[in-house]
Design a protein. Structure first.
Length: 150
């Protein structure tokens, strides 16, 4: 299996959302996408664009699932599950979420902090790494977005 990586630089939240919209056209279910990056790197901002690209939600309706753990967005082409594992620490806690039950033929799992669990690392189809670059100025932050498919 070969991995292919592409890299993009965005200069604002709006550009990150726009990139997510374009990326949605390249994604098709069933799919597991791991979203990597530090707190504030733009993972949820990217999901806003992906959800819009799938016509599953408007960007302003997509929020971080940090406390609810899973948000569901239904679109005409796919159901997106935005999952945040930041507060999940053990394999047992992970199993109680029932992620295996969510991966149906028309579903895409967008998982933040999935790298904490080796099984998710193995099962993923796409990995997206976001990193802030440069210093924040006037509310704009450059982000390096690497998309790796296998």
């Amino acid at each position: 299996m070969t991995n292919e990586t592409t890299e993009t630089i965005t200069h604002s939240a709006e550009e990150t959302i726009a990139f997510g919209r374009r990326l949605a056209a390249e994604l098709s279910p069933p799919l597991i996408v791991l979203l990597r990056g530090d707190l504030g790197a733009g993972k949820t901002t990217l999901v806003k664009g992906i959800a819009e690209g799938f016509e599953a939600a408007r960007a302003e309706d997509v929020t971080s699932p940090t406390f609810t753990l899973i948000h569901e967005y239904r679109g005409p082409r796919a159901t997106l599950y935005h999952i945040d594992l930041y507060r999940i620490d053990t394999q047992r806690d992970l199993e109680t979420l029932g992620l295996d039950d969510l991966l149906a033929p028309n579903c895409i799992l967008l998982i933040e902090w999935g790298e904490k669990f080796p099984r998710l690392e193995r099962d993923r189809n796409v990995e997206i790494t976001l990193a802030q670059i440069g210093k924040e100025r006037a509310g704009e932050t450059e982000r390096r977005i690497q998309v790796t498919t296998r």
